[in-house]
Design a protein around this ligand. Structure first.
Ligand SMILES: [Zn+2]
Ligand SMILES: [Zn+2]
Length: 231
C-alpha cells in the first residue's frame, strides 16, 4: 500500500529487539524469540511446564473460568521489547508480525474458535497511545484466519495493574471488564491479549463473556510472565 511505502520511506524500520535497520524485527531476532513449546506448555495457563508429578506450578490450586490459554513466548528480552515497542512505542508495523506469531501459536485452536475478542484498552490508554493495540492485532488475525472479531468488551477505570502485586492485581481486576451495552455473544470465543501475568485480565474478560452467553472461552497472549526458571 502506498501509505506503508511512505511510512517506510520517512520512518525506516528498525528491529524492535536489536535496533538493526531494515525491518521491524530482523531475521536473527525472529529466530531467537523465547518461544514457548505449546506441546509441553500448561494447557490451562500457557506457562512453560517443567513436567513432574506436581504439574504446573504457575496455576496449581487456581480455578479459571476460561478453559485454556496459549502464549507465544516468554516475557523476557527477545520478545518483551517487541511488545513494548509495539504497544508503547507505537510501532504499528509490528502488528502483522505479532499476529502471525499468534496464529502459529494457536494452531488447531483456530478451528475450535468461532470468534475472536480483543481485550480492550484500559481507560485513558487510547489517548496516551493513540491506538487500540490488541484490536489492531485482532484485525490481522481475522484477516489471516477468516474468524470474525467481536469488540464487545469495555474496560472500567481501576488502578494501573503494573504497579500492583499479584494478590492486588487479582482483586483489582474483578469486574474490570464488562460487556458493551446491548452486546450479545454466543459460542466459543478466543480472547487475545498482550501479556499473561496472573491471568486476572483474562479471567475478568472470560467471566463477562460467559455471563453474556458465550459457551466457552479460551485465551491467547503474546507473552507470558513467569516465575518458572526455564533454561
Ligand atoms: Zn534484531
Ligand atoms: Zn498452568
Amino acid at each position: 500500500m502506498w501509505l506503508d511505502a511512505l511510512t517506510d520511506l520517512f520512518f525506516p524500520p528498525r528491529c524492535a529487539e536489536c535496533d538493526a535497520p531494515g525491518s521491524v524485527v530482523c531475521d536473527a531476532c525472529l529466530r531467537q524469540l523465547p518461544l514457548i513449546d505449546r506441546e509441553s506448555a500448561c494447557p490451562r495457563c500457557g506457562a512453560p511446564v517443567i513436567h513432574d508429578s506436581c504439574g504446573c506450578s504457575e496455576c496449581a490450586g487456581r480455578s479459571f473460568s476460561f478453559s485454556g490459554c496459549r502464549c507465544v513466548g516468554l516475557l523476557r528480552p527477545g520478545l518483551s521489547d517487541m511488545v513494548t515497542v509495539y504497544k508503547d512505542g507505537g510501532e504499528h508495523r509490528l502488528a502483522p508480525v505479532i499476529s502471525a506469531l499468534m496464529v502459529e501459536c494457536l494452531g488447531q485452536w483456530l478451528q475450535w474458535a468461532e470468534s475472536i475478542v480483543p481485550v480492550p484498552p484500559r481507560p485513558g490508554a487510547m489517548s496516551t497511545r493513540g491506538f487500540d493495540h490488541m484490536r489492531a492485532i485482532a484485525r490481522h488475525v481475522a484477516r489471516e484466519t477468516g474468524l470474525p472479531i467481536q469488540t464487545v468488551l469495555v474496560a472500567r477505570t481501576v488502578a494501573d495493574q503494573r504497579t500492583l502485586g499479584r494478590e492486588d492485581r487479582l482483586a483489582n481486576t474483578v469486574g474490570r471488564y464488562e460487556m458493551r451495552r446491548d452486546a450479545k455473544v454466543s459460542g466459543r470465543l478466543l480472547v487475545l491479549d498482550d501479556v499473561f501475568t496472573t491471568g486476572a485480565t483474562l479471567e475478568a474478560c472470560s467471566l463477562a463473556l460467559l455471563a453474556a452467553g458465550a459457551s466457552e472461552v479460551r485465551g491467547c497472549t503474546v507473552a507470558r510472565a513467569t516465575d518458572v526458571a526455564v533454561s
